[in-house]
Design a protein around this ligand. Structure first.
Ligand code: NAP
Length: 249
C-alpha cells in the first residue's frame, strides 16, 4: 500500500510517499481502508521535533531518540472496514467508521489496523469522510482537558486559541457542558467562533483579555501565549489555568 513516511526529523520535505506492506488484521482487530485523514499540530510536532521550551529531551524519548520511532504520521481517520480478524464483534466489512489513533499515529496511509476496542465509532451518515476525519483530534483533547479542569454548568470559561483545532471543539463542548464561553482569536475568525456558540468574543489583536475586568473559572490556553502569573488576576477563586500548550520555563 501507499503511505506517507519519514525517517528523520525536519521540515515538511522529510516526508515522502512510499510503498509499505499492507497490514493484516490480527485477532480482535479491524482493517480500515482510509478515505480521509488530516495533518494536525501533532504531526507537525512529531515531524519537526520542535518542542516547547524544556520538553526537548522528553520529545526525543516520546518520538524516538535517534529518529522517528513511528514512520507513518496521522492521528485520525475516516474510512471503511475492509476486513476483520478473529473474534471481532463490534464491526464488520463495509462499516463506515471514524477513528483516533492519537500517539500511535499511522493514519497517513491507505490502510490502518486497529484493535476493535480502540477509539473507533461508526461514522454518522450525515458526515462526509472528510468532515468525520477532522473531528477526533481536537475534540478528544478539548474533552480531556475540560474534564481535567472539572468543568461545571454555569462556569465562566475563556478559550485562548478558540479558532484552532482544539479551540473550536473546546468552545462547543464547554457550551455543551453549560458553561458561558468567551473565545479569544484573531479578527478574521471572530465570526467563526461566534457561529460555534461563543457567548462573547475577544479579538486578541485589539484587546488583551488580561486587561479586562472579567473573571473566569477556567482559562484554557491552546496557544502558549500566557502564564499563570498573567492569568491569576483574571481567575475567580478556585479558578484553573489549563495550559494545553505550555513550556517548563
Ligand atoms: N498538551 C497536550 O497534550 C497537547 C495535545 C494536543 C495539542 N497540543 C498543542 O496545543 C496547541 C494547539 O493545538 P491546535 O491543534 O488546536 O492548534 P491550531 O489548530 O494551530 O490552533 C492554534 C490557534 O491559536 C490561535 N492563536 C495564535 N496566537 C494566538 C493568540 N495570541 N491568542 C489567541 N489565539 C491565538 C490561532 O488562531 P488565529 O488564527 O485566530 O490567531 C490558531 O487557530 C499546539 O501547540 C499543540 O502542539 C498539546
Amino acid at each position: 500500500m501507499k503511505a506517507v513516511v519519514y525517517a528523520k526529523y525536519g521540515p515538511p520535505g522529510v516526508v515522502a510517499v512510499a510503498e509499505v506492506p499492507k497490514p493484516e488484521p490480527g485477532r480482535r482487530e479491524v482493517l480500515i481502508r482510509i478515505h480521509a485523514t488530516t495533518v494536525t499540530t501533532a504531526d507537525w510536532r512529531a515531524r519537526s521535533l520542535r518542542m516547547p521550551a524544556g520538553f526537548g529531551v522528553l520529545g526525543r524519548l516520546v518520538f524516538g531518540i535517534f529518529g522517528p520511532r513511528k514512520p507513518i504520521l496521522g492521528t485520525e481517520l475516516a474510512g471503511e472496514v475492509e476486513a476483520v480478524g478473529d473474534g471481532v464483534t463490534r464491526f464488520g466489512p463495509g462499516d463506515q467508521v471514524v477513528a483516533f489513533t492519537g500517539a500511535r499515529y499511522g493514519c497517513h496511509a491507505e490502510y490502518r489496523t486497529m484493535a476493535e476496542d480502540a477509539l473507533i465509532v461508526k461514522k454518522p451518515a450525515n458526515l462526509s469522510f472528510e468532515e468525520a476525519a477532522s473531528l477526533p483530534f481536537g475534540a478528544a483533547h478539548a474533552l480531556s482537558f475540560l474534564r481535567k479542569a472539572d468543568i461545571q454548568r454555569g462556569d465562566q470559561v475563556l478559550v485562548l486559541g478558540a479558532s484552532g483545532n482544539i479551540g473550536t471543539a473546546a468552545v462547543q463542548l464547554a457550551r455543551h457542558f453549560g458553561a458561558e464561553v468567551t473565545a479569544v482569536c484573531s479578527t478574521a475568525n471572530l465570526e467563526l467562533v461566534r457561529s460555534l456558540g461563543a457567548d462573547r468574543v475577544i479579538d486578541y489583536t485589539k484587546t488583551d483579555f488580561a486587561q479586562e475586568r472579567d473573571r473566569y473559572d477556567i482559562i484554557l490556553d491552546t496557544t502558549g501565549t500566557t502564564t499563570m502569573m498573567r492569568c491569576e488576576p483574571s481567575l475567580r477563586q478556585h479558578g484553573r489555568l489549563v495550559a494545553i500548550q505550555g513550556s517548563l520555563v
